[in-house]
Design a protein around this ligand. Structure first.
Ligand code: HEM
Length: 464
């Protein structure tokens, strides 16, 4: 089925926000730089000064910021179909996200979400866990041999390899995949470029060349996977059919695969890096998690362990995402007139709501800036359905949330069993955190890894 470009996608942003309190900051760049340096501080200052709804200007766009769980709920549930995700993300990310699920709205979005059905069902997830383990084991076992170990680049490599295997059914490392890997990294880097012109010499052009390389590769891959048996996502997506029984086109499947890779990689890399950062600072919690994993007396976590058997690990995942949601701001553009927090917004107005701010509001969280996974055991997050929303909500709710959870738990449990880890330098916890595009310690998280003897891996390894 072909969907025409919606009329609202041809119309520019509505930029007259004169009736909304707030200010636009510096000429042109607005509040971009202060926000990138300390997003919570900037949002909190607006909240204190202007209340929950205000206007601002960042990354060359004027928009309304609405802070607090009730606005997240209004935008995500979108009962009247008033908010376009496509137009929300179009200006900053449209070229790189083209054809991805988040760039589709309403009926078209529903039609396309169907393509992911089989690839995210429980049976597929069980298979992915089994595909992941050998790669995770092999790489983490070697980490202890490195002289000057930095967690961030190593987890990035590990997750790229897991992605290649699980998403594409391929192994990275050979010459055939080296170009693909580079294209992917170039595209990721291009997404961040400030000057967004496809001109020679610019980072943006490099990123777009990466995207074009990936498109060529994926569009070629899809027909090879049709009718083939395989347990990777590319094969599952290539064989998905519409309600009318037709395959989705090669171009459509290719674009979805690229977006999936993009959506999965940096988000999980950031979450694992930040979690290890907190756990290196908190040996008691680190030990508690290790004991819980050891207590399973299995060589690996199994799919059925993920939901309840590792509750502390689960709470550490949730707490890391509370403090550092990988998608700190959720973006939408109105498609019709909407009332938001007592203000009427004209059609085509940009609006952002913020998991990052809501996750640290004193009204909802005790000691909101401290790492306290037990708050999820105390069910502090259950006071409002939209106070903990690292995966968004409603129609566009992250389709990969169970995948992310699974990957986090499989990687962290193996790390905990193999090593006791601590900061490599004194005062490291106080070091700077880079907030954008994804949170990570700026120093790439140098760690001291103390290898645990096979004996202390307990029954876990003696069973393997
Ligand atoms: C910790 C890791 C992750 C976080 C925090 C995260 C967060 C999010 C959020 C907040 C959204 C909704 C954005 C919006 O409504 O504006 C989203 C959408 C999406 N995510 Fe994730 N994500 C993660 C991992 C993944 C993974 C591993 C995959 C794939 C395997 C994935 C695939 C997607 C897709 C396809 C969408 C678009 C869904 C739609 O539009 O219907 N994400 N993610």
């Amino acid at each position: 089925m072909d969907f025409a470009l919606p009329d609202y996608a041809r119309i520019k942003d509505h930029r007259d926000l004169s009736h909304i309190p707030g200010s636009y900051g510096l000429p042109l760049i607005g509040e971009t730089f202060s926000f990138v340096m300390d997003p919570f501080k900037v949002l909190d200052a607006r909240y204190q000064k202007h209340g929950p709804v205000s206007k601002t200007n960042m990354t060359f766009q004027r928009f309304v910021v609405a802070l607090g769980p009730e606005y997240i709920q209004q935008l995500m549930l979108d009962r009247e179909q008033s908010f376009s995700a496509r137009m929300g993300y179009n200006a900053p990310l449209g070229d790189f996200f083209a054809g991805g699920l988040l760039m589709k709205d309403f009926a078209e979005h529903k039609f396309h979400r169907r393509i992911m059905q089989t690839a995210f069902k429980t049976d597929a997830m069980r298979t992915y866990v089994e595909l992941m383990h050998p790669i995770i084991d092999e790489q983490i076992t070697k980490w202890g041999e490195q002289e000057d170990f930095h967690f961030y680049p190593n987890i990035k490599t590990l997750l790229l390899d897991v992605g290649a295997r699980v998403f594409l059914g391929m192994d990275l490392g050979g010459p055939a995949t080296a170009a693909l890997n580079q294209d992917f990294l170039d595209m990721n880097a291009g997404v961040l470029s400030l000057i967004r012109k496809d001109w020679p010499g610019l980072l943006y052009r490099k990123g777009m060349n990466g995207r074009r390389g990936l498109e060529k590769f994926f569009v070629g891959l899809v027909p090879q996977r049709r009718g083939a048996s395989g347990n990777d996502m590319a094969t599952l997506l290539a064989n998905e059919r519409t309600e009318d029984g037709d395959y989705f086109s090669d171009e459509v499947v290719g674009a979805h695969l690229i977006f999936l890779l993009l959506a999965a990689h940096d988000t999980t890399t950031s979450t694992l890096s930040m979690s290890v950062h907190y756990l290196a600072n908190d040996p008691a919690w680190q030990e508690r998690l290790r004991e819980q994993v050891r207590g399973l007396k299995k060589p690996h976590l199994e799919y059925d362990d993920l939901a309840t058997a590792v509750s502390d690990l689960d709470h550490s995942f949730k707490e890391t995402l509370r403090l550092n949601p990988a998608v700190p701001m959720l973006m939408r553009r109105t498609v019709k007139e909407v009332e938001l927090g007592g203000y009427v917004l004209a059609p085509h107005t940009m609006v952002q709501v913020s998991p990052l701010y809501t996750h640290r509001m004193e009204q909802w969280w005790s000691n909101p800036h401290s790492f306290d996974p037990d708050r999820f055991a105390r069910e502090e997050h259950k006071q409002h359905n939209f106070q903990w929303v690292p995966f968004g909500g409603g129609a566009h709710k992250c389709i990969g949330l169970h995948f992310a959870d699974m990957l986090y738990k499989c990687v962290l449990s193996r790390l905990l069993l193999n090593y006791r880890f601590s900061y490599a330098k004194p005062d490291q916890f106080a070091g700077k955190i880079q907030h954008f595009p994804f949170a990570k310690p700026m120093d790439n998280l140098p760690l001291r890894l103390e290898r645990l003897s096979r004996g202390s891996l307990c029954a876990a390894d003696s069973m393997s």
